[in-house]
Design a protein around this ligand. Structure first.
Ligand code: AQP
Length: 351
């Protein structure tokens, strides 16, 4: 369903974002960024560094500034082309926060309490110490998406529940106030193809920027030596003999994660990849070289683009201009739908 076609594009509208918290990793690349790059030539794509989401956890102000610029530079290095997609910082488009309030007044306390990411994170730090922003974060994420009339949202599997919520909120709002938002579809890689890359040291947990097990996270800025070392030390299991090396997420999470990594990078399913190996060491060596093959060129481009911070600033400035046009129009639509009086408008003052 497309309620409003903003601009003259008939291509599907795509929106996604990444937090500038911590170092980006292989899970981000395989679960999300490579789809962003693929989609940019076949969609009208808006990609943002979701710096406001980064405020849900503690952090140093000057490190935050650097991290946002570093992330934007990395996205360009990973292949985003500002001539064909729109790249911007979330905080440069005020409509995200304004629409988030509308979403908070659409969502219920009960449904936000059911978000597993919130439950996991508060279990670690304690509910009393958790920021309210961590609780309401899915409303801001819904606003990010709905502000752009996004048809497709390429994300990793960990965002599935938040995406469902965004769809529910859009539908609820539309039912209550009339068709206003496009109901977005999640675009998640099929199982076994990078949708959820796991931590190499704890393959029952996803690879994540904010982790307490960094030895199992392949950072996109890690040196080639570190990447090889981390993959070589990846946890597998002690089963040996014919048939030991096979894809089975439940009973062999470590090996399955490695097979999935290699399969995703080679465009194969993990079961097929397993047929080529009998020894864990050989599998790890091939995973390491396949990872380096994609990561090293990104690092090289990152070094080049970083030499020209004015270029990155220009990209973000022009991205924010385009993003503001689309998002502020959606916000006006939503404000009108709920009955807020337009600034300077007199339509509601005739009694
Ligand atoms: N392990 C992963 N496998 C596949 N996709 C993943 N994504 C994240 N981790 C994996 C996807 O990457 C995009 C950006 O997500 P993010 O900024 O939330 O990244 P993160 O690594 O999850 O970062 P944090 O700061 O540690 O966040 P939390 O702890 O909140 O998850 C998304 O599309 C995500 O699905």
């Amino acid at each position: 369903m497309r309620v409003v076609i903003s601009g003259d594009s008939t291509l599907p509208r795509v929106l996604s974002g990444i937090q500038p918290t911590g170092e980006p990793h292989l899970g981000n690349l395989l679960g999300a960024l490579r789809y962003w790059v693929e989609d940019q030539s076949r969609g009208d794509c808006f990609y943002c560094v979701v710096d406001l989401h980064g405020l849900t956890v503690a952090g140093d102000a000057s490190e935050r500034r650097t991290a946002s610029i570093t992330m934007a530079t990395l996205l360009l290095a990973a292949g985003l082309d500002p001539d064909v997609c729109t790249l911007f910082l979330q905080s440069h488009v005020p409509a995200h926060s304004q629409l988030a309030w509308i979403m908070e007044c659409t969502a219920s306390y009960g449904e936000l309490s059911r978000m597993t990411q919130f439950k996991d994170k508060t279990a670690k730090g304690g509910e009393q110490a958790s920021r309210v922003g961590l609780f309401t974060y899915p409303c801001l994420m819904a606003a990010d998406i709905l502000a752009y009339d996004a048809d497709r949202v390429p994300v990793g599997d960990d965002q599935r529940q938040h995406l469902e919520l965004a769809r529910d909120l859009a539908q609820r709002f539309n039912t209550t106030y009339g068709d206003t938002f496009v109901v977005p579809e999640a675009a998640i890689a099929p199982p076994g193809r990078g949708a959820r890359i796991m931590n190499l040291q704890d393959p029952t947990r996803k690879m994540s920027k904010t982790t307490d097990n960094p030895g199992g996270v392949v950072g996109l800025f890690d040196s080639p030596g570190d990447i090889e070392r981390k993959i070589k030390r990846a946890v597998t299991d002690t089963e040996a003999g014919p048939g030991a090396l096979r894809y089975d997420r439940e009973t062999k999470p470590g090996v399955s994660n490695l097979l999935e990594l290699l399969g995703t990078l080679r465009g194969n399913d993990p079961e097929t990849v397993a047929l080529d190996y009998t020894r864990y060491g050989d599998l790890k060596a091939d995973v390491a070289s396949a990872v380096l093959e994609v990561v090293e060129p990104i690092q090289q481009r990152f070094r080049e683009i970083s030499k020209d911070p004015d270029y990155v600033a220009d990209v973000l400035r022009s991205g924010a201009r385009s993003a503001n046009k689309v998002a502020s129009a959606t916000l006006r639509r939503a404000y009108r739908a709920v009955g807020l009086v337009a600034a300077g408008g007199t339509d509601a003052i005739r009694w």
